[in-house]
Design a protein around this ligand. Structure first.
Ligand code: G3H
Ligand code: ZN
Length: 277
């Protein structure tokens, strides 16, 4: 169908439904998520993080494949460079045709984060790119394993007004890379942020959040739900089972396919959850 920006997906996803944003590492992720989205006839965001780019050693080979897969999909797909702070990489993603960039300035102090985000947003908007920013670190990245970080509503409102960003990642109790759904969210803070911040709120680290709480968060005002680790958990478990079941297997297609199908099943389940509101 078409490569779109998250804006178009958000327009088609009224509250309390939310747009799914799934992190990809391998082509198996891309194929699994697109298969699930097509089966459910729903759009989604595919996200490639700066860390995943580092894993591949370069952006262009995988990034071009990702964009081409998105363009060929029968559902609308946005492609985001996620958690990026490398300005050269951001420029490369923009030139390649990524429709969304998350600038992660959460480790900078407020003034520096604001200044850099504002400059970048102005630049990226010239190319029609949707820009997400983060204020108040979501716990768990690079060893900062704290779900206690919180986004201040007044700061968030000022930040959005002065930067012109299109979406804001908020720290409300979730933490990246959790393998169990045990996070509890500050839903009252989500409501306050929704009322004070005029752009879509993004929940990061959603793998650690149970289904019911995700739904509550969407009812409270979360509009984009970022999910990565959950898929790697089911992928790895399925691959491990396949390898254990046949010690003689050597063709990766035989076991990666099992992992891919497990991710597609989980992706379809999450899409249903977010679409039902
Ligand atoms: O930006 C990506 C997400 O926040 C994914 O976090 O891997 O903990 O689900 P997660
Ligand atoms: Zn994140």
């Amino acid at each position: 169908m078409s490569l779109v920006t998250p804006h178009e997906l958000l327009l088609g996803s009224p509250e309390p439904t939310a747009v799914a944003a799934f992190n990809v590492i391998l082509l198996e992720h891309v194929e699994a998520f697109l298969a699930a989205a097509e089966e459910r006839s729903t759009g989604l965001i595919l996200q490639l993080s700066q860390n995943a780019v580092r894993y591949h050693g370069a952006l262009a080979p995988f990034g071009r494949a990702l964009l081409e897969a998105a363009r060929r999909s029968s559902v609308p797909v946005a492609v985001q460079l996620d958690h990026a702070d490398d300005i050269d990489l951001i420029g490369e993603a923009a030139a390649l045709g990524f429709t969304s960039i998350m600038f992660d300035g959460s480790r900078l102090d407020f003034a520096e984060n604001l200044a850099r985000t504002a400059a970048l947003t102005t630049e990226l908007h010239r190319s029609g790119i949707w820009v997400e920013a983060e204020l108040g670190e979501v716990g768990g990245k690079d060893g900062v394993h704290s779900a206690t970080a919180r986004t201040d509503p007044a700061e968030a409102a000022a930040f959005v007004a002065q930067t012109g960003v299109d979406g804001l990642a908020v720290a409300v109790g979730s933490s990246h890379a959790m393998t169990e759904q045990s996070a509890s969210l500050d839903l009252e803070l989500v409501r306050v942020l929704r009322d004070q911040v005029p752009v879509p709120l993004v929940l990061h680290g959603s793998s650690g959040v149970g289904d019911e709480v995700v739904r509550d968060a969407c009812h409270a005002g979360i509009r984009k739900v970022n999910l990565g680790t959950r898929f790697n958990v089911v992928f790895t478990a399925a691959v491990r089972d396949a390898l254990a079941a046949d010690a003689s297997v050597v063709d990766p297609r035989r076991y990666l396919d099992r992992g891919q199908r497990a991710m597609a099943t989980e992706a379809a389940r999450v899409l249903d959850l977010l679409n039902q509101g």
